[in-house]
Design a binder for this molecule. Structure first.
Ligand code: NAG
Ligand code: NAG
Ligand code: NAG
Ligand code: NAG
Length: 335
């Protein structure tokens, strides 16, 4: 027989055990929910990373990079609305250096100088007097330089890069056109490596001045030296530059880097590629690898076509420099 006292203590024990079980149940539930939450967030984060990772790969493989990022880095179309004076830096190789007129030193027989012409076009488009310092374009081109690190020829190893870093603190726009010399077998790694190097390049200069606007340009196409084509009836590239790498890899890598950094991109390669005569030549030269003997008529035709645009197959003629400058000025000002 249970006494009333026993019943009461049993009741109390029952209540305590019940309460404990309920608390443990609640704790378990909360823990489960919490762990589901962390699981949720730990799957969500890589998912975001994965999509952008995937997008990048897709971009690189499908060569269809659309610059949809409307970040503060962009400048296309509204350069004249920025407050003057404006400093524009042109980073590049000998294609940017051109005839060296900015340092009163002529590099062999190179013609033209796109930054000099760009300054002229930008001043005209923005209604700034030609002799004023309201828009100053600085040529920071250096012959033979690569974007990729690790070589004596790396752009970052030049004193011009030090100048660029110094000027970046007060500059407004940085234009980068590198890659032609990266395409050489002794420098080339992969389009992924090139794109990453370009992203790093932009991000490093951004740390100096976060307001800097970037324009990444694909290099123009390269062709066999027309003088050699005419003389020997053979395709020979200047300094082992590889046109197919520029066409298939560097162009895509530049666009991918622009998308990843929010920079603007100007497809200089594409602008030359829309010239029917150059385009048909490019297809022809890709099929017919360097070194094949051409007949005299074919060689003459190939040489004449190339020479109109690139006097040695790689370096733009005076007209091509003006052409590059006019495209850039149009893109930047919308005029
Ligand atoms: C160099 O290029 C600039 C711009 O294209 C041109 O105005 C100038 O006449 C050229 N100078 C020489 C010496 O070729
Ligand atoms: C500069 O050149 C040296 C070789 O002369 C190379 O080892 C080094 O990696 C280069 N630096 C950069 C930043 O590319
Ligand atoms: C490429 O070269 C081969 C000979 O090696 C020739 O038969 C072919 O027609 C050339 N292709 C083009 C597009 O000219
Ligand atoms: C575009 C460019 O800078 N080309 C240079 C690449 O390097 C060779 C030397 O190997 C130079 O002759 C080119 O001018």
């Amino acid at each position: 027989m249970m006494s009333t006292r026993n019943i009461a203590s049993f009741g109390i024990v029952f209540l305590i055990v019940g309460w404990c079980t309920y608390t443990i149940f609640l704790n378990n539930k909360n823990e489960k929910e919490a762990s589901r939450d962390t699981q949720h967030s730990s799957t969500a984060a890589p998912q975001i990373r994965r999509t952008s990772e995937e997008a990048r790969v897709v971009d690189i493989n499908h060569k269809q990079v659309k610059n949809t990022d409307t970040s503060h880095r962009q400048i296309i179309g509204h350069l004249c609305s920025l407050s003057m004076p404006l400093s524009v830096l042109c980073i590049g190789d000998s294609i940017t250096y051109g005839n060296g007129s900015h340092v009163r030193k002529k590099e062999r027989d190179h013609e033209g100088n796109y930054p000099v012409a760009l300054e002229k076009y930008l001043r005209a488009a923005c209604g700034v007097r030609q002799r004023s310092n309201d828009i100053v374009v600085t040529n920071l081109g250096s012959s033979g330089k690569t974007l990729l690190d690790g070589f004596k020829q790396s752009y970052k190893n030049t004193t011009l890069y030090k100048t660029a870093v110094k000027l970046a603190a007060t500059a407004h726009v940085v234009i980068v056109m590198l890659g032609t010399n990266d395409s050489k077998p002794r420098h080339w790694r992969s389009k992924e490596a090139f794109a990453s190097a370009l992203v790093d390049f932009v991000e490093h200069l951004s740390t100096i001045n976060e307001k800097l606007k970037f324009v990444l340009m694909t290099p123009p196409p390269s062709f066999p030296d027309p003088r050699v084509v005419r003389r020997l009836q053979k395709h020979t590239m200047l300094g082992n530059i590889r046109p197919v790498i520029i066409r298939n890899d560097i162009r895509v890598a530049v666009m991918s880097a622009a998308e990843r950094t929010g920079a603007d991109v100007i497809d200089i390669f594409g602008e030359f590629d829309t010239m029917d005569d150059l385009h048909s030549l490019a297809g022809h030269l890709e099929e017919n690898k360097s070194g094949r003997q051409l007949d005299e008529v074919e060689a003459g035709h190939v040489a004449t076509t190339i020479q109109q645009y690139f006097h040695d197959g790689v370096h733009p003629t005076l007209e091509s420099h003006e052409f590059i400058a006019s495209i850039v000025a149009h893109e930047l000002t919308g005029v």
